[in-house]
Design a protein around this ligand. Sequence first.
Ligand code: FE2
Length: 265
Amino acid sequence: MEVWIKDVSNWFITYCNSFKNLSEEQKRNFEIKKAHSLRVANLSMYLADKLDFNIDEKKLAFFIGVFHDIGRFKQVVEFNTFDDSKSVDHAKYSIQVITEEKIFENIGIEGKDLALEAIFYHNKFKLHENLSEQELKFAKLIRDADKIDILKVLTDYYSSRDSTPNHTLTWELPQGMSVSTAVAKEVLEGKLVSKKDVASVIDVKIMQMSWVYDFNYRLSFEYVLKKRFLEIIYETLPKNDLVIEIHRKIKVYSENKIYGKYKSG
Ligand SMILES: [Fe+2]
């Protein structure tokens, strides 16, 4: 297994290094996505192991983690942005790269359809109801692992005092004074905040907190609570009644998912 993991990781790194003549900014963006992909792969493997996936399923979980964002590299070279709305759906691009580069054939792993389905859905607002149980298993895992890693990156950034502003994390939005009405409404109704309603950095943070509504596995809630990701985001927000109410709602929801009578996993 370890040799296989090393081979897959090396294949991925070789692909990333095959792009030449990158600007300094593109190089930085490449490093960010490279590190993110490898962390998501390891996290997927960790979760899959805890969830008692069998060995082939664990490999597939790792594979999906490594390659879910592989289209990001082509995206940033061709369009100079990670903004899908200004370029391409990066999940579709990932599928295209996996097919063009014959990654499955090169790596020798079963489960291509399951993996491509999971990758396609990793960045969609919601999962499709028509997916099979086996498809859902992997699609849910990558969605959780991807969000957990983004929360990790954000909270590392929020916690480090001397970090320079990173606009890829805040989409160059104004700081803002309070939570937008539409964003507050969604989050208090127990819904994921949709990107189109986000108007400030404060809204971005609320949206990130709302991701817990989309977690699929109880293990993911446990992980996020243990790492205190929600508290760290909350601590960076202005403390007014609305923000306090939103934080409380998200916290109670997460704790219920862990300790309440919800389906396990
Ligand atoms: Fe992605």
